[in-house]
Design a protein around this ligand. Structure first.
Ligand code: AP5
Length: 220
């Protein structure tokens, strides 16, 4: 199965993607994680990426498509969960072209909806495990034992992303409405039967349960 996850910053794409990838045996590819790793490497490309990411703007399409096409080509056959890509209509068209050429088309476009007024709180309270990347929230999704990762057992401080400030989140949200919401309209036109919309404004476990149930139905 090949699934694209679309939703505003803080919709819960990363949270749900990790759970769904485990449940369905899919390769989770997060464009944000891949770009952040390049940024952290300090390479020339990473320095260029930082200018866009730290300002809450999208990285240019040609750069992202180049980075993602390689990974998509490698894992499309075994099953993919794409998180954060595609994020513009040109990216969506390029992904469709690549997958069609490979004979591995998309099966589901999963749209997670969350009202704008919930986003800032979700993003500013996000923390993640520096060892395994597990995602928490200071209020909504705490680890079972304070300061200890449920997933890998790491003990210590959790990390906060550099672009998770209120000012940058507001810019990311406006970028989402201007450049990513049209991706949903694109898929409504070219593949209406593949779109599944989820209410992301409920507890994380409730969102997961609904997604698992509907993806299983698609798979059957
Ligand atoms: P990226 O890393 O993709 O960030 P994003 O889309 O802004 O999404 P987030 O990772 O912030 O949120 P999420 O939906 O994954 O939410 P999460 O599960 O963590 O992109 C970062 C940057 O990279 C972009 O700004 C851009 O510059 C660049 N980039 C990336 N892809 C690109 C592309 N294709 N083209 C161009 N540029 C690109 O949850 C958030 C918080 O809420 C967590 O604390 C979580 O615990 C909590 N939470 C989750 N679910 C719930 C729930 N149901 N109820 C309450 N709290 C919840």
């Amino acid at each position: 199965m090949r699934v694209v996850l679309v939703g505003p910053p803080g919709a819960g794409k990363g949270t749900q993607a990790k759970r769904l990838a485990d449940q369905f045996g899919l390769k989770h590819l997060s464009s944000g994680d891949i770009l952040r790793a390049e940024k952290a490497s300090g390479s020339d490309l990473g320095k260029t990426l930082a200018q866009y990411m730290d300002a809450g703007q999208l990285v240019p399409d040609d750069v992202v498509v180049g980075v993602m096409a390689k990974a998509v080509g490698q894992y499309a056959e075994q099953g993919l969960l794409l998180d954060g890509f595609p994020r513009t209509v040109p990216q969506a068209k390029s992904l469709d072209e690549q997958l069609d050429k490979q004979g591995t088309p998309l099966d589901v476009v999963a749209v997670i909806e969350v009202p704008d007024d919930k986003i800032v709180n979700r993003i500013c309270g996000r923390r993640s495990c520096p060892e395994c990347g597990a995602i928490y929230h200071v209020e909504f999704l705490k680890p079972a034992k304070p300061g200890e990762c449920d997933k890998c057992g790491y003990k210590g401080e959790f990390e906060q992303r550099g672009d998770d400030t209120e000012q940058v989140v507001r810019q990311r949200l406006s970028t989402y409405h201007a450049q990513t919401a049209p991706v949903i309209e694109y898929y409504k036109q070219v593949s209406p039967g593949k779109i599944e919309t989820f209410d992301g404004d409920q507890a994380p476990d409730a969102v997961t349960a609904e997604m698992v149930q509907r993806l299983q139905a698609k798979q059957a």
